[in-house]
Design a protein around this ligand. Structure first.
Ligand code: SAH
Length: 453
């Protein structure tokens, strides 16, 4: 197999990244946008020793699971790896992925896995947050959109079908402000220009909208004109700037300069209200978040007296769900602005039995345990993709909680961490995959572990 070779193959499987996998003359080929069951024609674009990457040229005979992606930029964008597959098949793909990780990487067998909880309504327009990079197209026109898969070239796309239709209006408003005031988009290659990203967040339960412009500087010329234009959009509740002057892929910097509003928006999940700042993490799919947190609460098995730790607590979302059925809840989170939100949220919802700490979970928990020797009844963790630090897992084992609830957005690191916890005396009682991110390959899981006697 050589670059530019043409091939025909049947897609037999799908990779974790959502590429179709097939075989041609003993070579394994990975092809983006090909669906399991498709017969395709493709062209080799990159060759490795034992496998190759191909580009989909034509679907000769479509899989029974293939659908026409409704988004016009589904293929070049790369954000929706599974849009060409029907939703039922997407759910099966994710369930299989979680199971494979736990079995292969965690060496678990006979897993008590429940069927994945998928979205009940349309699996589109579910995201409450979007971050649009800016650039110029070939004609030099200012655009906002997404990076083409694996590149940093911006493709124009104001109406991402994962988010609300209002985003397009907000982007149009910001872009025409920039054109009128001659404000340049940031250019990664030269480090020149001002506006890097437009962050939009909407509280779906309240209709409150937040817009934050990430800029390569500390001042936005004519900022008052931007505020005036954005306030014409119903629900506009918070407008701010984020300062990011680093030459980095990381979207947000540490500093927020407030332009309008209280510095946060408010949203509700179930009957709990939350204030959310631009720098704080907040689950992106509220329709599913309520199911995810419901499972976390159910798996925690609280009776009203327990001491609970919620590690990686963000703005205290899970903490407050737990607090109403626990004796005491401690939350730990690394972002100071999120802990400010968490404290305000506890007050807002009358949860006086909570206490929040800023810091790394792997620093705060061991230190607290060393100083107080206080055990925990239940520990909940909800780490980012890289999973939990080993020091944290060891401390959790030393604290001997009766139950551990592990909420994970990456089943590979989940498998690794569950193995450590199970070798330390815990048993997996339930595994519940939840689809928080339809059209993408990502899958959330909630796991209940109990301490063996
Ligand atoms: N449970 C929350 C947040 C989960 S996201 C919710 O559902 O909304 C993971 C959170 O962990 C983020 O808020 C991130 O800022 C935080 N975080 C990342 N590394 C951390 C660490 N080492 N210690 C504590 N928090 C951390």
């Amino acid at each position: 197999m050589q670059k530019n070779d043409l091939f025909r193959m049947i897609v037999e499987d799908m990779s974790e990244e959502g590429e179709g996998i097939g075989h041609v003359d003993g070579h394994t080929l990975f092809v983006k946008d090909a669906v399991i069951g498709d017969e395709i024609e493709g062209k080799v674009i990159k060759e490795k020793k034992t496998y190759a990457y191909g580009r989909l040229m034509q679907v000769v005979s479509p899989s029974k699971d293939r659908v026409t992606p409704p988004c016009p930029v589904a293929a070049p964008c790369g954000g929706c790896q599974l849009q060409a597959m029907n939703y039922k098949a997407q759910l099966a793909f994710k369930e299989k992925k979680v199971r494979a990780h736990l079995e292969r990487l965690g060496h678990f067998t006979d897993l008590p896995m429940e069927p994945i909880l998928g979205m009940e309504g349309e699996p589109f327009r579910y995201r409450n947050k979007a971050q649009y990079p800016l650039g110029r197209d070939r004609d030099g026109k200012l655009i906002a959109g997404f990076y083409a898969g694996r590149t940093h070239q911006v493709i124009s796309c104001g109406d991402c079908l994962l988010g609300p239709a209002i985003n397009q209006k907000i982007l149009d408003s910001v872009l025409s402000f920039m054109e009128n005031c001659r404000i340049e988009p940031y250019e990664e290659t030269t480090g020149k220009g001002l506006v890097r990203h437009i962050l939009i967040r909407e509280g779906f339960a309240t209709g409150e909208i937040m817009v934050c412009l990430v800029i390569n500087g500390r001042k936005l010329p004519f900022a008052e004109k931007l505020v005036e234009a954005l306030l014409a959009i119903p629900g506009m509740a918070s407008i701010s700037l984020n300062v990011n002057r680093k030459n980095t892929n990381v979207i947000l910097g540490d500093e927020i300069i407030n332009l309008y509003g209280p510095g946060y928006i408010t949203d509700r999940i179930g009957d709990v209200s939350y204030q959310i700042s631009p720098l704080s993490f907040y689950q992106v799919n509220p329709a599913q978040t309520v199911h995810l947190y419901g499972k976390a609460l159910e798996f925690a098995g609280l009776t009203g007296t327990e001491t609970v730790w919620d590690l990686y607590c963000g703005i205290g979302t899970i903490s407050l769900f737990l607090a109403r059925q626990a004796g005491k809840v401690y939350g730990v989170e690394i972002i100071p602005a999120a802990i400010e939100n968490a404290k305000a949220n506890a007050a807002l919802n009358g949860c006086a039995n909570t206490e929040f700490f800023v810091g790394k979970a792997e620093d705060v928990l061991p230190e607290h345990f060393r100083q107080t020797g206080e055990r925990a009844d239940v520990i909940v963790v909800d780490p980012p993709r890289k999973g939990c630090d080993k020091v944290l897992l060891d401390t959790m084992l030393a604290m001997q909680p009766s139950r551990i609830v592990y909420v994970s957005c990456d089943s590979a690191t989940l498998a690794r961490d569950l193995r450590i916890l199970c070798d330390g005396g815990y048993e997996i009682e339930r595994v519940q995959p939840v689809d928080m991110f339809p059209m993408t390959v990502h899958c959330e899981s909630c796991v209940r572990l109990v301490r063996m006697k």
